[in-house]
Design a binder for this molecule. Structure first.
Ligand code: ATP
Length: 517
């Protein structure tokens, strides 16, 4: 199955099983806006909680806030968003579709690099054990030609971005003969800048002065509260402020399901450090955040760093953590060393000092900032796409049967245990209910007595429930139940009284967090 087909199936599965619905579905949906269903909201809450506990409980010097979505318009002037939070857009005159010029060029470069990989694979097959990859890359004429072209385009592209040269971006698209994937033509308009912030009016009078914005990132709510938090929580540098919440961007090309949305949620942390120490902390957070991802993704090859080619004018280091989504490696989290840019700008625009007084040295300074910024929805897509499997498994009669299973890490699963009476009579539902009451306050449970046990197992597999607990005749005799493992499908018999302990060990977030201590 191609990755594209897999992605389509995942999207259909997410809808069918109550994870994600298109927003305003009965009106045929709305571009790049989605709603989370009953299982989606549980998974999303669990991811958020895991991030929050990792950041705040495992770091005594990180505290949280929850700032408002609306902020004073001067905030966005100071941060640079009003003037420069733009994407370069280009339209194809035939398909009337709109694209991001930078993405068209980046995709072109990616495609060319893919051609090199293909050449390598072909040669490796041809030469077998004697294949020397480094030598091949250095000497093969076809590879060298592609590389030369890619390097040239790359250099031109970086320069054009640096100089904000929109004409040159268009010229690169023309020179590389990049065609619209829909119309197949190269009939492009000029490249224009497009501001991504949504605006609205405050109060009842529509005047320019009342224009406010929906925040495009949560970070600024942290910066403007820097001193409030530092003073009230008596924080000493280095310290961090964490926040999760909605952000809004009028994305030009909002495709690929919940990967790029117009309304999404971010989980951000700003870490305030002494000037000169920022690169040490940048490395620290790069490492820490990767560890967090690896605690959820066992396959290390699916994650990688991608250092930024072009640093934003305020940053002195930046990297992305990328995950191999069905559409290829893409950013899931950014780690940025933002220098003192934001605090200095707010100091300038507000006229209020944004300095930290160091009681040990007696000096005052504007701290430098390391930021970790991850999209909650993108992390949700990561978990879902990594978890989705189609398998052939034996059914109750030992015959092969298809199952779709979500192998979600147990601590994040929307439902953590399903309680299932084998049949709906003979006292089995009653004892199953008793087990439900015993467990449900610690472990999120679902009780289900409808349909055959095989169908109920399939249903729980499809929503990623890690454990099914089944009551049967023997339960009435000796108070034992079967405990079925989602991934191995093995069943063991355990005593009802042992269930709380066993499940706590298997599904609690504590276990995940403890692995970092
Ligand atoms: P991209 O290059 O994908 O547009 P970005 O570099 O603009 O992302 P940041 O501004 O660094 O993203 O935002 C931090 C994180 O917020 C990203 O790593 C991503 O996980 C998430 N994010 C950003 N834009 C969106 C969006 N439109 N939809 C969903 N998540 C998003």
């Amino acid at each position: 199955m191609s990755q594209q087909d897999m992605f389509k199936k995942l999207i259909a599965h997410a809808k069918e099983y109550g994870f994600i619905f298109p927003s305003s579905d009965i009106y045929d949906g709305m571009g790049a806006v989605y709603d989370y269903g009953p299982y989606g909201v549980e998974l999303k809450n669990n991811i958020r909680t895991y991030w929050w506990h990792f950041m705040t409980r495992l770091h005594e010097n990180i505290v949280g806030i929850d700032s408002a979505i609306f902020m004073h318009p001067a905030v966005w002037k100071a941060s640079g968003h009003t003037d420069a939070f733009n994407d370069p857009l280009i339209d194809n005159k035939d398909s009337k579709k709109r694209y991001r010029a930078d993405q068209l060029i980046e995709e072109y470069i990616e495609k060319q690099e893919g051609k090199i990989d293909k050449e390598v694979k072909k040669a490796a097959k041809r030469f077998g054990d004697s294949f020397d990859k480094d030598m091949f890359l250095k000497t093969n004429p076809r590879v060298l030609k592609i590389k030369e072209k890619v390097d040239e385009v790359h250099q031109r592209y970086l320069k054009a971005l640096d100089e904000n040269n929109l004409g040159e971006l268009r010229q690169i698209i023309l020179d590389c003969e990049i065609a619209d994937p829909i119309s197949g033509t190269r009939n492009w308009t000029d490249v224009r800048q497009f501001n991504l912030m949504f605006s609205t009016q405050l109060g009842s009078v529509s005047e320019e002065a009342n224009t406010i914005y929906l925040r495009p990132e949560t970070a600024q709510g942290i910066f403007v509260n820097f001193l409030n938090v530092q003073k009230t929580a008596r924080m000493k540098i280095p310290f961090g402020i964490a926040q999760t919440g909605k952000a809004f961007r009028n994305e030009i090309v909002a495709r690929q399901f919940i990967f790029r949305m117009r309304e999404f949620e971010q989980m951000e942390m700003q870490y305030f450090v002494k000037p000169g120490e920022e690169l040490k902390w940048f490395e620290y957070w790069k490492e820490k955040r990767m560890q967090w991802h690896l605690s959820l993704v066992a396959d290390q090859d699916k994650l990688r760093y991608h250092d930024h080619d072009k640093l934003a004018h305020y940053a002195n280091a930046a990297t992305d953590i990328e995950f191999e989504f069905p559409m290829g490696f893409r950013e899931v989290e950014g780690i940025h060393s933002r220098t003192d840019f934001d605090l200095l700008r707010h100091q300038e625009f507000s006229g209020k000092k944004m300095q930290y007084y160091d009681p040990e040295t007696g000096e005052s300074y504007v701290p430098y900032v390391i930021e970790t910024s991850i999209g909650l929805d993108r992390m949700f897509l990561l978990i879902l796409s990594y978890a989705y499997r189609e398998e052939k498994v034996p059914n109750a009669e030992g015959k092969p049967e298809d199952r779709v299973v979500l192998k979600i890490p147990p601590a994040l699963a929307p439902v953590q245990a399903a309680i299932l009476p084998l049949v709906k009579k003979d006292g089995l539902p009653e004892i199953a209910r008793e087990i439900f009451d015993l467990l449900n306050l610690d472990v999120y449970c679902q009780y289900d007595e409808k349909d055959s046990i095989g169908r109920r197992y399939r249903r729980q597999d499809a929503i990623g429930t890690p454990y099914c607990i089944t009551t049967d005749q023997q339960t009435l005799e000796d108070r034992t139940v079967t405990l079925r493992d989602r991934d191995s499908m093995e069943q063991i018999r355990v005593k009802i009284e042992e269930l709380p302990g066993i499940l706590k060990e298997k599904v609690s977030m504590r276990k995940l967090l403890q692995s970092f201590i």
